[in-house]
Design a protein around this ligand. Structure first.
Ligand code: FSX
Ligand code: SF4
Length: 300
């Protein structure tokens, strides 16, 4: 089913409060989307699990009748996305190449960048019978991009893909390219965080970033700060409703994210409400780091 630019606006309107969009923002978004030559997005996938794209799909599929593929293809001129695009083979890569030649596109990267073995453990595509590694594609496409969005913890900081012993030497996009990136962490990121970032780029807004490259609008308080179980008696075992999970290993005190307020699966639930502690998936050192319980470490 086709989704129009108007549907995308409706989606943003319905989620305006959650996304932090004002009425003025929505008005300006309408103007931007009315322009058929609106911003182009190239979305690459490296070493990840595609959960980031999946998360985005969950968001849009809640609203009828729409899908994230429709939103991206019909609203923001998504010219390349390995999972969602209908083109394949050389014609798919040609679309990305055309956008590259025009410049000014936004590059969204999902997954980390493997750099060992000259990057040959992860290929972006084959074009004109030549294999192009993911590391080369990221390097080339980041050069002409108007902005780079790292979708998920892997692209932002390495994440699961770069966990020790990291045999393919996976790096974050920033470490690989040396460029400033807008990092939307999470394994996966919340769909609203991704939609918010895209809407800000469409609006031409400068996104204020912290020292880890995260938008300060989205990432400014720990999960623990916002958790309604804070101050509750400590749970001694799993399966106990309404008790604090800190003694069981909850990483909420170390992790900055708004999950307790934003919730997941269209406000159905979130980890702690499901009696599963926060695993710190938005943390720069996820999945391996020391739990201090004293707040997020600022040393990497
Ligand atoms: Fe990483 Fe994306 Fe975790 Fe997966 O591909 S952030 S492994 S949810 O989905 O990159
Ligand atoms: Fe903090 Fe976790 Fe306890 Fe919630 S459950 S109050 S996030 S330690």
């Amino acid at each position: 089913m086709k989704l129009t630019r108007r549907d995308f606006l409706k989606l943003c309107g319905a989620s305006a409060a959650a996304l932090g969009l004002s009425a003025t923002d929505l008005g300006r978004l309408k103007e931007v989307l009315a322009n058929p030559n609106g911003p182009t997005v190239i979305w690459l996938q490296g070493t990840g699990c595609t959960g980031c794209s999946e998360s985005f799909l969950n968001f849009a599929s809640y609203y009828n009748p729409m899908s994230a593929a429709d939103v991206l293809i019909n609203s923001i001129n998504l010219v390349y996305h390995p999972t969602l695009m209908s083109l394949a083979g050389d014609s798919a890569v040609a679309a990305a190449e055309a956008a590259y030649n025009n410049g000014g596109y936004f590059l969204a990267v999902e997954g980390g960048v493997p750099t060992k073995f000259r990057g040959n453990t992860c290929l972006a595509w084959t074009y004109n019978d030549t294999e192009v590694t993911f590391q080369q594609a990221v390097l080339d496409l980041s050069a002409q991009a108007a902005g780079i969005l790292c979708i998920g913890t892997c692209a932002s900081w390495g994440g699961v893909a770069a966990a020790p012993p990291n045999p393919t030497a996976v790096k974050s996009v920033r470490a690989h390219t040396g460029k400033t990136t807008i990092n939307i962490p999470g394994c996966p990121p919340h769909p609203n965080w991704m939609v918010w970032a895209v809407s800000q780029l469409l609006l031409g807004e400068t996104i204020s970033l912290d020292s880890y490259g995260r938008p300060t609008t989205l990432f400014n308080r720990t999960v623990h700060d916002q958790c309604w179980r804070r101050g509750a008696e400590e749970a001694e075992t799993f399966g106990q409703d309404r008790l604090c999970l800190k003694e069981l290993g909850c990483l909420g005190p170390d992790t900055i994210a708004n999950c307790p307020l934003q919730m997941w699966n269209n406000y159905a639930n979130w980890c702690v409400d499901a009696n599963a502690f926060c695993i710190g998936c938005t943390h720069p050192q996820f999945p391996f780091r020391q739990l201090t319980g004293q707040g997020e470490r600022e040393n990497d």
